[in-house]
Design a protein around this ligand. Structure first.
Ligand code: IVH
Length: 670
């Protein structure tokens, strides 16, 4: 039997974990590190194993249920979950304001402006301080009970601690952050799973999964925008938001009280400017009358309240005609389909191409040439085709058939069993060659300026370039190259100079430039740092490579097989002889923990005068710091160059220290 002290101990660890979750997932300001957190969690698991009678539903160990759901129960909402009427311009906002004024007469009123999160609306019921039920919006009256899945979201407390309010309903939006969405799709792509069109669909799909273990592996987030309770008399919407904050339910801090519709408009403009820099997707601003008494007076028409309106930003989605499907062959031989679209203007630019991912996706969505398709600009700017408008399809539209041959060299395509891509297996396929060369000379690899795609093509077709090592013997053909059409002495000399200069590039850039499958910039850096030289990397076994931090089995296999291949060994020998770096310089491998950078998180924004972004990043990382892409409370410094935008704004709002290039330079010299 468990003693009182064991019960107390268990309660105290659970509270510590709940507290750490709150600080990490809601405040983004953790006060214990992952290691300590894992220790706490393990201690709790051990105790619960020893005293199973003490396991309760609200224990952090019980977030993920071991039993998959068979079907989702339908539950009726206590009050209907309404939708919002939309407005698309400031005139419509004026009309909304006039309607309100007409009904409220002489009464004073103010608005609350919030972000309109592009996620999935859910309702959470807390009873006796415990999360007992969660449901989707459904048709507004009845939704699906998805409690098991909602429980996996770590920012949502399973139990609240404030004793002044124990029974209440929360409504809000479940969403996935932009960078998490990209990561999920990358993982889906790797395992040949379904590619999600956008973060919202991913969140929707995830909430409907039957196995909450998979749900738990997907980083879902939540922002509450509404609380209802009979235990407290609230007079304004904002006091509800403040109450939510107080009981540690996550709310978004970018809301404001506006005294007039003009102030509402200012907020809308301001948020639209910040939109792309926000770490999550929004599609507008929601404007609500702040006073709850006035809300009641205004009531609702059909399914939308009269006291609120959504101000929607310009569409990031549109419809256009798919003129054809283009097949591209990359440097690895992978054949990828690209949509050739009737040009259309969408969110700031004209689009005529969009990714179709792979052949499986074309089949899954049944995309056919000549179709009208929906295209969308997601968080990652690359437009995608998300849907086919079947009612607009021509009768004679033919289903897409997977090509048997490489569209460039004609050789037969092959598909490895465990992959989604079809490959051209001809190493000498011109498309693959161009791909390998452009990758090698690219900005993130050897950075040889002047060797653009068309020049490479000329040099390849004239027989001067067969593999990337030939780049370094171009100087032996200087006179001949000058005879080529379009080239003069100066342009050739500039290219040769850039080629010589590239020999200074560090080992990790060379490694990345080789284009080994699965070796991206990050992996190349890790390998260069861990193995220090080509000699030791090529001497390592597959197991040894796999034992490196951050290196998975797929990468290890690919690196090992690349380095064991005779052709590749010969190529590398020639590159070594040409004078490229196949060893890390001491400064790169030394963990020169610069005391001002060590353990600090930086966000870079704007244009720097004296450093390239990658150089600044390397300096920070070599000094033991981290570089992150978005500003949060965890950010220590925002390094702001010229024309810094929303990240700088965000830093100011959050009170994060902003430094300029001079201060950065001083930190380096320290
Ligand atoms: S208030 C009656 N606030 O927009 C009030 N909704 O069409 C209804 N949404 O289904 C909700 N952000 O999913 C409200 N800050 C916000 C919101 C928000 C996103 C969604 C919500 C709702 C839809 C309304």
């Amino acid at each position: 039997m468990a003693s009182d002290s064991i019960t107390k101990k268990i309660t105290s660890i659970r509270e510590k974990i709940a507290d750490a979750d709150y600080r990490y997932y809601v405040l983004a300001d953790p006060d214990i590190d992952d290691y300590k957190y894992d220790l706490l969690f393990k201690e709790l698991e051990d105790l619960e194993r020893q005293y199973p009678e003490l396991i309760t539903e609200d224990s952090p160990t019980q977030r993920v249920s071991g039993v998959p759901t068979k079907t989702f129960k339908t539950v009726e909402h206590r009050m209907p979950m309404l939708s919002l009427s939309n407005s698309y311009n400031f005139e419509e906002l004026n009309d909304f304001d006039i309607r309100i004024r007409n009904i409220l007469g002489n009464e004073k009123y103010e608005y609350v402006c919030e972000l309109k999160f592009d996620g999935i609306a859910v309702s959470l019921i807390y009873s006796d301080s415990r999360l007992v039920s969660a449901a989707t919006r459904g048709d507004g009256f009845k939704g699906d009970e998805i409690t098991q899945n909602i429980r996996t979201i770590k920012s949502i407390p399973l139990v609240t601690k404030d004793s002044s309010i124990k029974n209440f309903e929360v409504r809000g939006e479940v969403f996935i952050r932009k960078e998490d969405f990209l990561m999920i799709n990358e993982q889906q792509e790797q395992k040949g799973g379904k590619i999600f069109a956008n973060a919202r669909n991913t969140a929707a799909g995830t909430l409907k999964l039957k196995d909450s273990k998979t749900v738990a592996s997907r980083p879902l987030n939540f922002f509450a925008y509404y609380i209802f309770t009979e235990e407290k008399k609230l007079s304004t919407h904002v006091s509800g938001i403040e109450l939510l904050k107080k009981i540690k339910i996550p709310v978004n801090n970018l809301y404001t009280v506006a005294k007039s519709i003009d102030e509402v408009k200012q907020f809308c403009d301001n948020i639209e400017l910040q939109r792309d820099g926000l770490p999550y997707e929004i599609d507008g601003v929601v404007v609500k009358v702040n006073s709850l008494a006035q809300q009641e007076l205004l009531g609702s028409v059909s399914r939308s309240p009269r006291w609120a309106i959504a101000y929607k930003f310009k569409a990031k989605e549109t419809v256009t005609k798919l003129k054809g499907i283009i097949l591209q062959v990359g440097r690895t031989g992978a054949v990828t389909p690209v949509a050739d679209l009737q040009p259309v203007f969408l969110a700031g630019s004209t689009i005529s191409r969009a990714t179709l991912h792979n052949f499986d996706e074309i089949k899954r969505k049944d995309i056919r040439e000549g179709d009208y398709v929906k295209i969308e600009k997601g968080g990652d700017v690359i437009p995608k085709v998300t849907e086919v408008l079947l009612d607009k399809r021509q009768k004679d539209a033919k289903p897409f058939s997977i090509p048997k041959n490489c569209p460039v060299c004609g050789s037969e395509l092959m598909k490895p069993d465990e992959e989604v891509y079809y490959y051209c297996m001809n190493y000498e396929c011109p498309a693959q060659m161009i791909g390998r060369f452009t990758h090698f000379v690219g900005r993130d690899a050897m950075e040889i300026e002047g060797l653009g795609e068309s020049i490479l093509e000329t040099f390849i077709l004239s027989g001067y370039l067969k593999d990337v090592a030939d780049i370094y013997i171009l100087k032996d053909h200087r006179e001949e190259l000058m005879q080529l059409e379009r080239f003069g002495e100066k342009s050739i000399d500039n290219i040769l100079l850039a080629i010589e200069g590239s020999k200074q590039k560090p080992f990790d850039k060379v490694l990345f430039g080789l284009g080994i499958r699965h070796v991206g910039e990050r992996v190349a850096k890790v390998l260069a740092k861990s193995f220090n030289s080509y000699a030791s990397l090529s001497a390592a076994s597959e197991e040894e490579i796999r034992a490196t931090n951050e290196i998975g089995p797929k990468i290890a296999e690919s690196v090992h097989s690349y380095l064991s291949n005779e052709k590749n060994k010969f190529l590398i020998d020639r590159l070594i002889k040409a004078g490229l770096n196949f060893e890390s310089r001491p400064t790169e491998s030394r963990s020169t923990a610069n005391s001002s950078f060590s353990g600090k998180t930086f966000v870079l924004t704007g244009t720097l005068n004296n450093y390239k972004r990658e150089e600044a990043q390397d300096l920070i990382e070599n000094g033991g710091g981290k570089v992150s892409s978005s500003v949060s409370k965890k950010t220590d410094y925002v390094l702001a160059g010229a024309d810094a935008g929303s990240k700088l704004e965000k830093a100011k709002t959050l009170g994060v220290k902003v430094i300029d290039e001079d201060e950065f330079h001083k930190m380096i010299s320290q």
